[in-house]
Design a protein around this ligand. Sequence first.
Ligand code: SF4
Ligand code: SF4
Length: 156
Amino acid sequence: MKTVTIDRDKCVGCRNCEMACAYARTQETCESSVSNIRVNHYIEQRTLMPMTCLHCEEAWCMSVCPAGAITRNADTQAVVIDANRCAGCKMCMLACPFGNIHFDNERQVSHKCDLCDGDPKCVGHCIAGALKYQEMNDLAAAKRSKYDQMVIATAH
Ligand code: SF4
Ligand code: SF4
C-alpha cells in the first residue's frame, strides 16, 4: 500500500503540514489543533517529529471500536473513521500506541488521517521534502519499524 512516510531529519518545523491538513479537513481553518498530523517538538532531545497515522496492519484502534466505526478503505488501504458511526467513546484514542487519533469536541467524534482519499495534502505542502506518499516496500517498512520504536522510546 502507499502511505505517508516521514523523514524526521528533513523536517524544519514549519508546520505547513498541520495547516494544510487542518484546512483540508475543515475548509475553514488552518488551526493546527484540528489537524490529523502533528509536529511534536522534543526540546531536550532537540528533535522534531511529525506524527500521523501509520495505518497499521494490525490496527488496534479498529479492533477496539465498539461501534464498528473504523474500517480499512478498500482502495487506499487507509484506516478510516466514519464520523456518522463514531460513538465518541474515545476507546480508539486509548488503543492507538502513537497518539494518532484526535477528538473533535464540537462534534464529539474522533478523527484521524484518512490519506485524503489517496492525495494527502500534508505531503504536497511539505517544503522540506520530509513527507512523501509512497509504496511501503521492504526498505520503507524497515524504516517505519525503526521510526515506531523511536516514537515509543521518545514518548516514554
Ligand atoms: S490510529 Fe494508531 S492504531 Fe490506528 S492505524 Fe493509526 S497508528 Fe495504528
Ligand atoms: S511540512 Fe514538512 S518540514 Fe514542515 S513541519 Fe511538516 S514535515 Fe516538517
